[in-house]
Write a protein that binds this ligand. Structure first.
Ligand code: HEM
Length: 240
């Protein structure tokens, strides 16, 4: 038994001192509550992004080391991390939907306080785009590790898709989990776009972009090769 308690272990004193609406308290409690809601939604999103990045990096490392000889194989480790990242990304998408409960009349009151602050400046989200391969920095390190793990097992994306769950086992679960991850990421983008359109209509963003119109151009689907491998299955069926 240690003298550690709940608040100490979780550093709650620091964590719970960081929700500070700028809207004057007592002045208009409904706007203060709405701003608190806005802050908590963003702060929790940033915290969950820390977890997603951690799991994606751990999955990448497990795949890089997956030569098919270890027990258990690195692919199983990667699946544990990727499954969690998929679930957390889903929660992030729901958090964005939750913000549809932000009344636009209240948002309009405190929005000028944001100045030029914008989610587009989120370092964690940018790092997530890099992991997913949708940033300008190039291809996904996670996807590269996935291809390497398949090569170590003597198979390819094409073959895994063709053989399906019964024929390709863990490699197929891996491909499907990456696809789930890509779609959860995309779903976040779509939910966020809908939220922004509801909240701002055609207005520009605080980050200086055209807002919803800009976000439409940002909704790129990760792992396009996985998508086209599935597409080719249809052509194959049509040819036989
Ligand atoms: C009422 C709530 C929200 C509004 C009105 C809003 C608005 C916007 C707008 C207009 C942009 C485009 C950039 C700009 O000019 O500012 C943007 C980008 C972004 N926002 Fe939000 N946002 C909201 C909630 C959130 C939440 C909860 C997150 C979670 C972290 C978030 C993260 C981001 C990210 C990562 C981008 C860049 C997206 C990309 O490049 O695809 N936003 N947001």
């Amino acid at each position: 038994m240690t003298g550690q308690d709940y608040a100490g272990y979780l550093r709650l004193e620091r964590l719970l001192s960081l929700q500070e609406p700028q809207y004057p308290a007592g002045d208009d409690t409904a706007t203060g509550s709405a701003e608190l809601f806005f802050i908590v939604a963003h702060q929790t999103s940033e915290l969950w992004l820390v977890q997603v990045l951690n799991d994606l990096d751990a999955a990448t490392e497990a795949l890089v080391c997956a030569d098919g000889t270890g027990t258990p194989d690195g692919v199983e480790h990667a699946l544990e991390h990727l499954g969690r990242a998929v679930a957390v990304l889903g929660l992030l998408g729901e958090t964005v939907r939750l913000l549809e409960r932000l009344p636009v009349q209240r948002f309009a009151v405190f929005r000028p306080r944001l100045g030029s602050a914008s989610g587009a400046q989120s370092r964690n989200f940018h790092d997530l785009e890099v992991r997913m391969g949708t940033a300008d920095e190039g291809e996904s390190p996670l996807y590269r590790a996935f291809l390497k793990a398949l090569a170590a097992r003597g198979t390819s994306v094409e073959e895994v898709c063709r053989l399906g769950a019964a024929g390709a086992g863990a490699a197929h679960r891996l491909a499907e989990t990456l696809l789930d991850l890509g779609y959860r990421f995309w779903q976040w983008k779509v939910n966020h776009l809908v939220l922004v359109d509801r909240a701002l209509g055609g207005l520009s963003g605080t980050g200086g972009t055209t807002g919803a119109a800009y976000l439409v151009t940002r909704a790129r689907m990760p792992f396009p090769e996985l998508r086209s491998a599935r597409e080719r299955l249809h052509r194959h069926e049509a040819d036989t």
